[in-house]
Design a protein around this ligand. Sequence first.
Ligand code: KG4
Ligand code: ZN
Length: 331
Amino acid sequence: MTRILAIETSCDETAAAIVENGRHVLSNVIHTQIPLHTLYGGVVPEIASRNHVDMLPPVVQKALSDASLPLESIDAIAATYGPGLVGTLLTGLSYAKGLSFALGKPFIGINHIEGHVAANYLSKPAPKPPFVCLVASGGHSQIMHVSDFTRLTLIGKTRDDAAGESFDKVARALGLSYPGGPALESLAENGNPSAVRFHSSFNENDSFDFSFSGIKTAAINYIHTHSQKNEAVNTTDVAASFQYAVISILAKKAVRAASNTALALAGGVSANKALRQTLKTLCSERSIPLFLPDFSYCTDNAAMIGSAAYFHFIKKDVSPFSLNAVANLSL
Ligand code: KG4
Ligand code: ZN
């Protein structure tokens, strides 16, 4: 029985969780800073870091009390050390190292993207390596091959904006509040996805890399051009057409990458129901097993970090206290 206390502060959620044997979530506490950043239309790094410092003690305390466990019953402390905002990463990382040192329990630094992939191990049914995983979040859009629980290889990535970032920027141009992804999805529900063609020829090529910047710019220009001419913009149709363009690219490349294996989905954008439905259809047509994480583990949380950390812990792959935060950490 291994219980890991995990901490996640890579961006604007202060999160702590206790996960047993990498699969069983005993508690999962998330304090979101969204109301703090909504005023500015995006995350303000300095405000985010200071709020993490304030919220880490109560959030960790709640994770322990929700699991009805004392600190002494924890076998290891894990924290995200990158990629993310360097200041926010440092808050959680330093807190985890301090706790680990005080308790005399191992400390494990986890790559945030590996954590997103591990969200799949908390859901049922869970994939077993090898499989291909599409990770689409606010900071990253990648396709990776997962050959083992701790061995992930990048096979494709965005050349410019992340999928979630493009959702957020188009949502802002449509007058929706931050974070734009879920708001844009709701608006798109009643729109016509074929109303406007937002296209980027880069994504036609055979590589597994994506580009979302052209589609994002085309959608924003469409909105601005119409409003400058005082022409009404059908926002539901623009939202549906933009969402369709992004989802088609993500789904097409991910399914092609997984053609001989299974496909899993991860990251904030994996909460998008239209993306899930498109993947279900494409995978069932091709008999590709598809794994979708529970909605509660799609966006940033610490349970996914606790799951990823378990697979390092059982290999005795723990981290030194000299481990630093790495804003642009790769796999
Ligand atoms: O994984 P995440 O919580 O944080 C990062 O690691 O970036 O992802 C947040 C991103 C944001 O860009 C948000 O707008 C997007 O995921 N997102 C969505 C949806 N829910 C969250 N995008 C599209 N549809 C959604 N339902
Ligand atoms: Zn994330």
